[in-house]
Design a protein around this ligand. Sequence first.
Ligand SMILES: *Cc1c(COP(=O)(O)O)cnc(C)c1O
Length: 421
Amino acid sequence: MTVAPHFQFKDGVLHAEEISLANLAHDHGTPLYVYSRQALHDAWEAYRSAAGDRDVLVCFGMKANSNLAVLNEFRQLGSGFDIVSGGELARVLAIGGDPARIVFSGVGKQTWELQAALQAGVKCFNVESESELLRLSDVAVALNLTAPVSLRVNPDVDAHTHPYISTGLKENKFGIDIDDAVRIYTLAATLPGLDIVGVDCHIGSQITEVAPYLDALDKLIVLIKALQANGITLKHLDLGGGIGIRYTDETLLAPSVLLAKVFAALDHHQLGHLQLVLEPGRSLVGNAGVLLTTVEYLKHAPAKNFAIVDAAMNDLLRPTLYDAWHSVEAVTPRTEATKKTYDIVGPICESGDWLARDRDFALAEGDLLAIMSAGAYAFTMASHYNTRPRAAEIMVDGTQAHVVRPRETVASLFSSETVLP
Ligand SMILES: *Cc1c(COP(=O)(O)O)cnc(C)c1O
């Protein structure tokens, strides 16, 4: 069994749904991102069934994976989108996504991005500072439009996750200090061009416990009551994203467990009428993708064995950025040979260019490896460092493979550059 239900071994070869990854590598080359359509649908279903008949809007945190084919699956399933840039807005509009199901997050929204989102008619701006609130009011007035706003508050809870992906502590750059929120909501109520519609928080990522969410919710409920006492009523409460996935042996927080507790708390405080907005990213796509790579060279140095593969930190940044652990599977495991302990590294000229460390494998040059759980924060973080074309992306649907982004060509990487006359 691998960590990802839709990537399993059949007759000794790792498959995506019904297709052999060895065949995909042969047909499309490596490095290659492969996604499972059914895995996206199953991950969505966990949220849909957890919501039951309550008013819940799930807005896919699309910075995790913004390929149009992925977005279009979620659009068809009824998802909204949590965007963090004007570029992401353009992607949602390109697939015919409904702007009324878009929430716009991010600490540094620029004027053109505020304008584009206002003109598109997004559901809500999750405002992260007093300055942004003032700028949004000005931009809305100039366009003769009204901006629906939530404040993203920072509830100062510890999500017990990696420091780089923890966002709800007082020392993080995100959100408005919850102790300042009533004052800034009161200010928002006096500004032209704004319509207060909700409250928002997002406390971190790869969260595997329910307690941080409930701590944040308790603080938001106190805030909502204080706002009510000041005559400010809200329509929705956005708890952000952050639910973790299984990279190795993590115990998982199921959406059903989280939502049952959230609904109970809201009902207990007579706030059951509020729409609940969620912004899951990783948990909708993380285990729906793998990165396929070929072993180019084996190098047996005195202190270490290295498997030098054709994928690198420019394809998958998470290991070196977050010290993240990805499970790695041989696509066709060699059961007869003895194993050695390898660091799996890329060809880029950086010591930080590693994908996995200290893994036991029986390998030969030319073997295929699958880096698992590479559906989230993987391709979207890819770069051209070392003038490496970005990998192709494939979506598998049963026995069918669709190229949803072709491999880039080397020539395209510098075709817009010019030299001085
Ligand atoms: C990144 C992000 C998300 C998605 O987080 P996941 O951990 O991938 O679920 C949701 N909301 C905001 C504001 C984000 O920045």
